[in-house]
Design a protein around this ligand. Structure first.
Ligand code: NAP
Ligand code: ZN
Length: 363
């Protein structure tokens, strides 16, 4: 059975917030803005949101303390600031938008035990979320997921509820001043979503169509990741590929590379997109469905998996980790039934270790 469900309304144009201000009136009189510490103040997104809310007479508060890979404690701080607020506007990269979804759960379900509510209680409703992404990126604007740092289990994991934003408001202007490293990491994250979605057990005719088109779009602008500056049209294409990637994984989830990347982010402090990208070539090399891997290479415009690996390596380098870490992270991955079942081939501990080892060795 194939089901396609992605209820978020995606609106894309320049000045998207200013041009669509009426929609900010639909969800109540009090809005909590959830964002990171700096970037939304610099790229214009926060100013656009506050000026629209002022115009409309919507009362607002700003929680601008979201850290990268937010832990539960960060979500609790945000929920305290937003107590009594009707809806949330998440502005920024994946961390602030995921935080917005998680804070939304706590506002709708007040609790003394945020850890259990967020990570171990399925099916809770959130207050409405409007997502305004600024990295291209996680695609969280079109997924029901929020990835939180779980210090109890020393890893990162998806929260236990599903929250699709009401709106995803896409404006390429907010993406234009990302430092090169952040742009590379986040664009590579989008590519890994597209690839994992296309390769996973859960792929459907609908998700595969979306994923392959996202991969094709990504391939048309890939060379712009090499230089420091990026033309607006190319950034808009990455932005589209990222939103398509969100739509694709909203149907299928991710699989081994994301599961393996979480350990690298939690323990080795490697940025999320980079962590997945470092593993991707070695992962594809062990996938048994070589014809699907071939579709991906064709859509990206590479004539071999080696050429793909060399390109990604030229952008983000190779993985560094110790032999003990290879063993320890592989053991954690082999215990992650949720991600393992998304991968179509049966894998054992040695297979996972080989992916890490090959990624360390490089192309
Ligand atoms: P991020 O953690 O949100 O932000 C990374 C850095 O980029 C921060 O320093 C941030 O600054 C900066 N930044 C954001 N937008 C910028 C811009 N336009 N210009 C300059 N700098 C900017 O990065 P991310 O890669 O987008 O998100 C990663 C998180 O999303 C991880 O926790 C990951 O697990 C999660 N994720 C979620 C999903 C999902 O479906 N929910 C999917 C994949 C990944 P500030 O802190 O100052 O804003
Ligand atoms: Zn990701």
């Amino acid at each position: 059975m194939s089901i396609y469900y992605m209820p978020t309304k995606v609106v894309e144009c320049e000045n998207v917030v200013l041009e669509n201000k009426e929609l900010f009136k639909a969800y109540g009189d009090k809005a909590l803005i959830v964002t990171g510490r700096h970037s939304s103040k610099i790229n214009g997104s926060l100013d656009d949101v506050t000026s629209v809310l002022k115009d409309l007479g919507v009362q607002y508060k700003i929680f601008d303390e979201v850290v990268e890979n937010p832990p539960v404690s960060n979500i609790v701080e945000g929920a305290k600031v937003g107590e009594g607020y009707d809806y949330i506007i998440g502005v920024g990269g994946g961390s602030p938008i995921d935080a917005a979804k998680a804070i939304g759960i706590l506002l709708a379900n007040p609790t003394e035990d945020a850890y259990t509510t967020l990570l171990d209680t399925p099916g809770l409703k959130s207050v409405p979320i409007i997502a305004i992404p600024t990295t291209g990126g996680t695609g969280t604007e079109t997924t029901p997921y929020a990835i939180l740092t779980d210090h109890k289990n020393k890893t990162k994991r998806n929260f236990s509820s599903r929250v699709f934003p009401e709106y995803a408001l896409m404006d390429v202007r907010y993406f234009m001043h990302m430092p090169l490293e952040i742009r590379r990491n986040t664009c590579i994250d989008a590519l890994t979503h597209l690839i994992e979605s296309y390769m996973t057990t859960n792929t459907t005719v609908y998700s595969a169509y979306v994923a392959l088109e996202g991969i094709r779009l990504w391939g048309t602008v890939k060379e712009t990741l090499v230089g420091a500056d990026i033309p607006k049209e190319a950034m808009a294409t990455f932005m589209n590929a990222s939103t398509l990637a969100g739509i694709a994984i909203s149907q299928t989830g991710t699989s081994l590379p994301h599961g393996m990347g979480y350990a690298l982010t939690y323990n080795n402090k490697i940025a999320h997109g980079k962590a997945n990208g470092l593993i991707m070539k070695a992962y594809l090399a062990m996938c048994k469905d070589t014809s699907r891997v071939g579709h991906i290479m064709n859509a990206l415009g590479f004539d071999s998996l080696e050429a793909f690996g060399l390109f990604i390596q030229s952008l983000i380098g190779t993985l560094e980790m110790t032999k003990e870490q290879v063993k320890q992270y592989s053991e954690a991955m082999i215990a992650n039934a949720g991600k393992l079942k998304n991968h179509p081939d049966k894998v054992c501990l040695e297979d996972i270790m080989k992916i890490y080892e090959d990624a360390v060795e490089g192309v």
